[in-house]
Design a protein around this ligand. Structure first.
Ligand code: SAH
Length: 625
């Protein structure tokens, strides 16, 4: 959801103090009266009455954040509001910063979304009154946006109100992603598909997700709405010099004849020698359709119902429109090319139609793809969620999680961040061992056009998922730009563990993972030896699992060769999680305690000492260097 340009309005010093950092984080312009001077970037002073100023900046902004009494805000915005499809989001932050209120344009304007985002940033309570939010249901008017579906006709208010009243809502989905169904709450009001004969169900509203051109009659007794997934690929063949007008009208005619919706067009496919056909190129540009082109050799591999020997003579393939439509619909998204290649032609929906006018001719065929074209550039956020509790996640990471369409992670971590999830967001949970699968899924969805947050515990770049995702990207010849990737750091286990016991990391330290699943044990041993000799404070990750019992014993033996058995050692298990345990012991006795995969082991250096059970490594000030 895009809220920019975003305006924040503060009229008192207290309000400025609250909104100034927030505006910076959100990229908002902060407007303040010129009596309260503050010369900073992103701050703009206004003269005269706020009412007049608001009027002058109203149409330039998609969202407004006020730090004002709600009554004043209502009076200010009331004369400017028009309708919910075009009004900006209106948010109120109370002057103490304890509450954030979503006032207007909760769904389409994104006010609910922005309210939650701000609440995460300033640790406030979001006040959201829209019914679908509380039922944990996605707004029906937002449903298709992540997938690039086009919004069709219908009574959106009527259907929304049937949904939030938990009435019986029939969903007929013929194309498009089913991902949105995965995270519906159990008591959702949807009935999927057509009832069996004899099944006695009556519906109070209908949602169509289809590429068909429907016409909802005015007399219909129940409210209906339609989304168009962009799943149709139009194959085009034409003689050189065919006009854009004829191409457009040929496509329109064929869509009309077959009751298909042009809104559901994903793109256009043709033979490579038509890649510079002016009319075709302009038609695609004007409609923002991708134009896919294939060589005669590729098109020749496709079985088509209407091959033509005349066409073969001319361009060395017996079919252009049908073959290109079939090929495009199956292969527009490369990563899906491991599909069964034997029956590609089943995607053909409309066989070739020839439309002639004067000396020109256009051939049109239509094929349907399993996976709709989103038309969006995806993003992958590699997010470190810190050790466990929500307070330990950075505001930037919270924002990334909140903005994502899909959140991917190991089940336990997804449970921990559940309170950050917003309705309509999809969760993809994977078992702990399936890191590669997780990374591949994130990449696939990101390339397809979704915003994906990939969650790791602690820091995502420290024994986390971020490295794996980037490695996989490298293997897939990623251009470094699309999809966009951003890394959000988190508090790693060694920091969390250290904070719980004092300041053991005050001098040079290192981290060593004892897991020899991905690193040979001989290499790990060498690193342990080196760390012990160099007197590094050492954090041991992955110290012991059910199948790896001996590594921690060898690690202790190595350290005992170079360090005193009295050296302080902290064993911090489940730091910042519910069943946290903290044990401060020493090198000689550490193995008498529970050490497992949920534990981080911190071994002090030769100067580390304990005071009242606080573990302290001196920085060196008292030595007087
Ligand atoms: N990316 C994570 C590390 C993953 S490796 C991070 O930056 O923290 C997994 C190991 O991290 C565990 O075996 C354990 O040694 C350590 N660990 C992760 N979370 C922890 C926590 N909350 N408390 C203690 N140790 C933890």
């Amino acid at each position: 959801m895009v809220f920019h340009p975003l305006a924040a309005i503060a009229t008192t010093p207290q309000a400025i103090q609250l909104l100034h950092p927030l505006s910076k984080q959100l990229g908002a312009t902060l407007y303040i009266p010129n009596s309260l001077e503050l010369s900073q970037t992103n701050v703009s002073c206004y003269q005269g009455a706020l009412k007049n100023h608001l009027h002058s900046i109203w149409s330039q902004h998609r969202a407004f954040i006020f730090c004002l009494a709600s009554g004043a805000v209502v009076r200010l915005v009331a004369p400017l509001l028009k309708d919910k499809a075009s009004d900006p989001a209106i948010i109120i932050v109370d002057p103490t910063g304890n509450y954030v209120i979503s006032l207007c344009s909760s769904h389409q304007g994104g006010a609910d979304h922005l309210t939650q985002l701000i609440a995460h940033q300033i640790n406030a309570q979001p006040i959201i009154t829209s019914a679908s939010h509380h039922l944990n249901l996605p707004g029906i008017d937002l449903l298709g946006l992540p997938f690039g579906w086009q919004k069709g006709p219908g009574d959106w208010t009527g259907v929304s109100s049937a949904i939030v009243s938990q009435k019986n809502v029939q969903v007929i989905q013929e194309q498009g992603s089913k991902l949105w169904k995965q995270t519906l709450p159990q008591n959702h009001p949807f009935y999927f598909g057509i009832p069996e004969i004899g099944e006695n169900v009556a519906f109070d509203a209908q949602v169509w997700i289809t590429a068909k051109k429907l016409s909802f009659s005015q007399e219909s007794t129940i409210p209906k709405v339609q989304w168009y997934p962009r799943a149709l690929w139009v194959g085009i063949g034409c003689i050189r010099g065919t006009s854009q007008g004829l191409i457009a009208s040929a496509i329109e005619q064929v869509f009309q004849k077959y009751h298909l919706a042009p809104e559901a067009i994903a793109g256009v496919a043709t033979i490579d020698i038509k890649g510079d056909e002016v009319g075709l190129v302009n038609y695609c540009q004007e409609n923002q359709y991708p134009l896919l082109t294939y060589s005669a050799d590729i098109l020749n591999t496709i079985k088509v119902p209407n091959p033509s020997s005349v066409v073969r003579e001319e361009v060395a393939t017996a079919s252009v429109a049908e073959a290109a439509a079939i090929y495009g619909s199956n292969y527009w998204f490369n990563d899906f090319d491991n599909k069964d290649k034997s029956n590609l032609e089943k995607s053909l929906l409309v066989q070739k139609q020839i439309i002639k006018s004067d000396n020109q001719a256009v051939t049109v065929a239509i094929a349907q793809s399993d996976l709709e074209y989103t038309g969006r550039a995806g993003s992958i956020y590699l997010v470190g969620m810190g050790p466990g509790s929500l307070e330990q996640i950075t505001p930037a990471a919270k924002t990334a999680i909140h903005n994502a369409d899909v959140i991917i992670g190991y089940g336990l971590y997804l449970d921990l961040i559940k309170p950050l999830q917003r309705p309509g967001q999809f969760l993809q949970s994977f078992p702990i061992t399936q890191e590669k699968k997780r990374a591949k899924k994130a990449i696939e969805l990101g390339k397809w056009g979704l915003k994906v947050a990939m969650i790791s515990s602690g820091d995502c770049g420290i024994y986390g998922m971020a490295g794996l995702v980037l490695e996989e990207f490298k293997n897939s010849n990623w251009d470094g730009k699309k999809p966009h990737i951003e890394v959000f750091p988190g508090i790693t286990a060694l920091q969390a563990a250290a904070a719980r016991v004092g300041t053991p990391l005050m001098h040079d330290f290192c981290a060593i993972s004892l897991s020899d699943l991905l690193t040979p044990w001989e290499v790990i041993k060498k690193r342990l030896e080196a760390a012990a000799i160099a007197d590094f404070v050492t954090a041991l990750y992955n110290p012991r699992s059910q199948t790896r019992q001996t590594q921690i014993i060898e690690a202790q033996t190595i350290f005992l060769k170079h360090r005193n058995p009295q050296t302080p050692v902290a064993l911090v298990r489940n730091a910042y999680r519910q069943d946290e345990t903290i044990i401060v012991t020493n090198l000689g006795e550490m193995l008498n305690q529970t050490i497992d995969m949920l534990t981080t082991v911190l071994i002090g250096n030769s100067s580390t000492f304990l005071h009242q059970n606080w573990m302290i490594t001196p920085r060196g000030y008292n030595k007087g260097y």
